[in-house]
Write a protein that binds this ligand. Sequence first.
Ligand code: CA
Length: 226
Amino acid sequence: MRILLVEDEAKVASFIRRALEEESYAVDVCADGMQGLAFAREAKEGCYDLIILDLMLPGLPGLEILKVLRKEQITAPVLILTARSQVDQKVKGLDAGADDYLTKPFAIEELLARVRVLLRRGSGEAAGVLQVEDLILNPATRDVTRGGRRIELTSKEYALLEYLMRNVGRVLTRPMIAEHVWNLDFDTFTNVIDVYVNYLRNKIDRGWDRKLIHTVRGTGYVLKAQ
Ligand code: CA
């Protein structure tokens, strides 16, 4: 899942980025409001699954970014970050279409939990786990099991599987997969995606009669029940 972080405090930004990347999210960081807005507008093409927005920013305040996004019907979930002294800003943010807020300083575990909740809301996932047939992925614990058997995945394999499972039944093209699982500078003309899908297949489908990951010739991949 791809997250845009708009935060001008370099220390805070790199701290959040590292924590998110450890959870296998693809993260883009902007330190300026205007740049943040330009990036966030890409959410229209479904590029970002979540936007984390600081309110006090150089260039353009977070609240203005949020207003423009909602006016342009960009519905990606937005989590705003506010300083403790900005209670009125918090209210304005929620009124302007933010989905949640977090007051600085915050515990990183809380940020990660809120991120999971917002991503869950976006995908209509109910009980907090993703399930396709007997394949179950728990975003909170990052446990993956098939038929009750635990599957060990690397960080990228996990990110790829989570993206496939959040879009069950939907054909995902290589550029889409690259965008949501890898970072911006990722070269989609390499065969890395095919390589990773094969790694995943070996762990998820190998030895099972019912295959869940399917190739759509000339297009990409889809995860679906048979
Ligand atoms: Ca700031």
